[in-house]
Design a protein around this ligand. Structure first.
Ligand code: FAD
Length: 456
C-alpha cells in the first residue's frame, strides 16, 4: 500500500495532516513538483525560489532522519503526480487545500486525472489556514467581506489540536528524483534575504514566543523597532503551521498574544475571500470604474516609487528595505501602498506586481487583497482613506531612525527633521546631496484623488 503526499505550500513535517493521513504503516512518496505552471504565471521570483530551495533541503533532511527522503520532479504538476503514482502503484494522493484560482484548477485537474485511473485524491483543509475557507460564513453569502464579524466567528470556531511530526516515513525503493534546487544557482537575490526551512521557522517561533510576543500589541507599528514576528515567509511556504502557531500563542497568553492571533485571522480572512472570489487576484473586488492613471502616463512616478526616490523619506526607506531584504514592515506596506494608489493614483496591480517580484512572503491572497484594501477597491470599509506619509512617519518613526537606516543620504539629519527634507535650507540642504524633491505635492495628490473618485 503506497500513498503519495504532494507538498505545495506546506513544506514541513510537524502538524501535517496529509502526512498523518497517509499513515505511518503505509509506504509514502513525499513529492514536490517544480511546477512549470507556477513559473509560467510569473510567480517564480528569485527571492522566493531561494527561500524555497532552503525549505526543500530542510524537508529532505527531516525526511532522511525518519528513514525517508524527498522526491523532486519538474514539469506539469498533474502529469508528474500521475507518473509517480503509476510508477509506485499508489492508490491515493494526499495534499493540502489551497485557495487561488490556480490551486483550485490544479485540484480539479488532479482529481479527474487520478480518478480516471482508479486512484483517489484526498485534500486536507486546515493545513495552510487555521479555519478552512467557507467553514464560517455569514447568512447571505459564501464568504465574509468584513473582517470584524469574520473574526468573531473565526475565534468561536473549534480549532484542531496540532499533530506531532511522524516518527518514521518509509519511502518505496527505486523512485527516481531530480537533485534538490540550490540557492547558490540563483541570481538577483536581495542581499539580506532570510533563511528558509522548517528548522529555521520553528526556531524563529520559539524565540518570538519567548522574546517578542508580549510587547507585540504596543510595538508592532514601530518601524525602527522592527518588533513583529517576521514569520510571514514561513507561513507562506508552510514551514510553520498556522494552527500550531495560534495554539502556542494562545497558550502564551496576554494582550500581545491576542493581537498577534488577530493578525493571523487576517491571513485566513483574505484566504476565504480569495477562495470564494479567485478573480480578485487580478480584478477589482469592488469596482471603482476605470479611473486609474495608465501605467504609461505615470511611468516616471512608478520608477521613483520602485527605486525609493519619491522624495518622501519614509516611502523611500520602506521601498529600499523591500529591495534589500525581500521583506517590508507592515506599516511600510500600508504607507507605500497608499502612496502609490492614492497619492500617485497608479493602478494597484502595478504595485502588487512589484511587491510580488521582490517579497519573500509574496502571497496571492495576502498581497493582492491587501493591495486592494489599500486602493479602496477591496474590503476596507473606509475605501477613501489616504495615509499621509509625513504625519504617519512622525507617529511610527518618531525619532527618524528607520529612515536614517535605509536612506543614507539623510543620515546627517537629526530626529524627526529627517521626515521633511524639503524644509531644509543652506548647509543643511547641501548635506543631503542629491536626495530628490517630492515627486508630487501631497495637496496636489489628494486633489487628484478626490477629483478622480468624485469626492468633495
Ligand atoms: P506579524 O505582524 O508578526 O504578523 C504575523 C502574521 O500575521 C504575518 O506573518 C501574516 O501571516 C499575518 N498578517 C499580519 N498582518 C496581516 C495582514 N494585514 N493581512 C494578512 N495577514 C497578515 N503578507 C504576506 O504574508 N504576504 C504578502 O504578499 C503581503 N503583501 C502585503 C501587501 C500590502 C500592500 C500590505 C498592506 C500588506 C501585505 N501583507 C502581506 C500583510 C503584512 O504586511 C505582512 O504579513 C506582515 O508585514 C509580515 O510581517 P510579520 O510576519 O512580521 O507580521
Amino acid at each position: 500500500n503506497v500513498s503519495v503526499v504532494l507538498f505545495t505550500s506546506d513544506l514541513r513535517l510537524h502538524d501535517h495532516p496529509p502526512l498523518r493521513a497517509a499513515g505511518e504503516d503505509r509506504q509514502v512518496v513525499p513529492l514536490f513538483v517544480r511546477d512549470q505552471g507556477v513559473a509560467g504565471a510569473g510567480f517564480a521570483a528569485p527571492n522566493r525560489l531561494a527561500f524555497l530551495a532552503d525549505c526543500l533541503h530542510d524537508l529532505d533532511a527531516g525526511l532522511r532522519e525518519r528513514g525517508g527522503r524527498l522526491v523532486i520532479r519538474s514539469g506539469d504538476v498533474v502529469d508528474e503526480v500521475c507518473k509517480v503514482a503509476a510508477e509506485t502503484d499508489a492508490d491515493e494522493v494526499h495534499m493540502a487545500a489551497d485557495v487561488s484560482a490556480y490551486a483550485q484548477l490544479r485540484e480539479g485537474r488532479l482529481r479527474r486525472a487520478l480518478e480516471s485511473v482508479g486512484r483517489r485524491l484526498c485534500v486536507h483543509d486546515t493545513v495552510t489556514t487555521v479555519v478552512a475557507p467557507g467553514a464560517v460564513t455569514p447568512a447571505a453569502s459564501d464568504h465574509f467581506a468584513v473582517f470584524t464579524p469574520y473574526f468573531r466567528h473565526w475565534s468561536g470556531h473549534p480549532q484542531r489540536t496540532p499533530l506531532a511530526a511522524p516518527r518514521r516515513v518509509g519511502v518505496p525503493e527505486g523512485v527516481g528524483s531530480e537533485p534538490l534546487p540550490s540557492r547558490a544557482d540563483l541570481s538577483g537575490l536581495s542581499p539580506a534575504l532570510c533563511p528558509g526551512g522548517e528548522v529555521a521557522g520553528r526556531r524563529l517561533v520559539t524565540a518570538w514566543l519567548r522574546g517578542g510576543l508580549a510587547a507585540y500589541e504596543d510595538r508592532r507599528d514601530d518601524l525602527a523597532g522592527d518588533a513583529t514576528s517576521r514569520l510571514s515567509p514561513h507561513l507562506h511556504f508552510g514551514t510553520v503551521s498556522p494552527v500550531e502557531l495560534v495554539h502556542r500563542a494562545r497558550r502564551a497568553g496576554g494582550p500581545g498574544a491576542e493581537s498577534f492571533v488577530r493578525q493571523l485571522a487576517w491571513r485566513d480572512f483574505h484566504r476565504q475571500v480569495l477562495a470564494a472570489r479567485p478573480e480578485a487576484a487580478l480584478a477589482d473586488y469592488r469596482t471603482k470604474g476605470d479611473l486609474w492613471r495608465t501605467e504609461h502616463a505615470a511611468r516616471e512616478d512608478i520608477e521613483a516609487w520602485q527605486e525609493g526616490r519619491t522624495g518622501y523619506p519614509v516611502i523611500d526607506a520602506a521601498m529600499r528595505q523591500l529591495r534589500h531584504e525581500g521583506w517590508m514592515h507592515n506599516r511600510g506596506r500600508l504607507l507605500t501602498g497608499s502612496f502609490l494608489t492614492k497619492t500617485l493614483y497608479v493602478d494597484w496591480r502595478v504595485g502588487a506586481r512589484h511587491f510580488l517580484d521582490l517579497l519573500v512572503d509574496g502571497d496571492v491572497a495576502n498581497n493582492q487583497l491587501n493591495w486592494q484594501w489599500m486602493a479602496g477597491t477591496g474590503t476596507d470599509s473606509r475605501p477613501n482613506r489616504v495615509l499621509n506619509p509625513v504625519t504617519q512617519a512622525k507617529r511610527y518613526d518618531p525619532d527618524g531612525a528607520y529612515v536614517r537606516r535605509w536612506v543614507p543620504e539623510l543620515a546627517p539629519l537629526e530626529g524627526a527633521s529627517v521626515h521633511e527634507p524639503w524644509k531644509l535650507r543652506g548647509l543643511d540642504r547641501a548635506a543631503i546631496g542629491d536626495y530628490p524633491d517630492p515627486v508630487v505635492g501631497l495637496a496636489e495628490g489628494l486633489a487628484r484623488f478626490r477629483q478622480a473618485r468624485a469626492l468633495d
